[in-house]
Unconditional design. Structure first.
Length: 281
């Protein structure tokens, strides 16, 4: 039924407009934003290190010479500002909106934690308000020139991930997982949601994949054998990466210096794939 009519269009014989294509729900970007590629970082469940992977990927792409930004869509569990040492830094206002905070390495960040009086204040909001806030981070923030924007999504397949898929021009997603067998089922949920929204799955990252002994350099698979290659093959995912269990990663996050971590041995294959499959130059 067309918006202009009040009857059953299937039986009236009149042309009430072309309804073959669904209406786009994409939100208009800020006039002071020029974002070339948007990559979502998702996980089917919490506790797998999605925000850390987002931070490491963004930092790795920044080291390659790109202009990088992170939109922190994990509204009720924001951790990106702490990882980048942005405590106390507040976005500034312009005639067209807010400007994001900028970390020491040049990464631009917008997060609800940058807007709260105290970073430990809880965000006790209902789903529609949370989803609207994420959209406003796209429409009301002056991102400037950005080659790659990484969107740190909350875990699961609820309101916010759906809002990101529908409202932002997402070019693809990176799925974060851990070695436990149960996680394979959770990964499938995230991959299937991407399929429903016609969003390509660009890569699969297995966090906490192993622990490497600092003395003998032998790898110990604390949480069981890796299943990343089987998962990737099953879902036709080309690029994979594994991150080890390293106390230094947690320490760098707590110190606000996640961008100082050297990830060449872990993420080079994935970042090279992002460059080649979604070039910006």
């Amino acid at each position: 039924m067309s918006e202009e009519c009040s009857h059953d269009c299937s039986s009236c014989g009149q042309e009430c407009g072309d309804r073959s294509e669904p209406q786009s729900l994409l939100a208009q970007s800020n006039p002071d934003s020029h974002v070339k590629k948007v990559i979502g970082v998702v996980s089917g469940k919490g506790g797998v290190g999605k925000s850390m992977v987002t931070s490491l990927l963004a930092s790795a792409m920044q080291k390659k010479g790109y202009n990088v930004a992170i939109l922190d869509a994990d509204i009720t569990g924001p951790s990106i500002p702490r990882m980048f040492g942005l405590g106390g830094q507040k976005p500034t206002g312009t005639p067209n909106g807010l400007t994001p905070a900028t970390a020491k390495n040049g990464t631009k960040v917008m997060s609800v934690n940058l807007l709260l009086p105290n970073e430990t204040d809880p965000v006790v909001w209902r789903g529609p308000i949370i989803a609207n806030t994420v959209t406003q981070f796209w429409t009301d923030v002056c991102w400037g020139d950005v080659d790659y924007m990484f969107v740190d999504m909350p875990p699961g397949t609820g309101d916010v991930p759906l809002t990101v898929f529908q409202s932002l021009p997402v070019d693809g997603i990176i799925v974060v997982t851990s070695p436990q067998e149960l996680v394979a089922m959770i990964v499938e949920k995230a991959v299937k949601m991407a399929g429903l929204t016609k969003t390509p799955v660009m890569g699969l990252v297995e966090n906490m994949a192993y622990f490497e002994c600092p003395d003998c350099h032998k790898k110990h698979y604390i949480f069981g054998d890796s299943h990343i290659n089987e998962l990737a093959a099953k879902h036709g995912i080309e690029a994979t990466a594994q991150l080890p269990i390293r106390p230094q990663l947690a320490a760098a996050s707590d110190m606000g210096a996640i961008f100082d971590v050297d990830t060449q041995d872990w993420l080079n294959g994935l970042t090279d794939f992002i460059e080649k499959s979604h070039p910006v130059k």
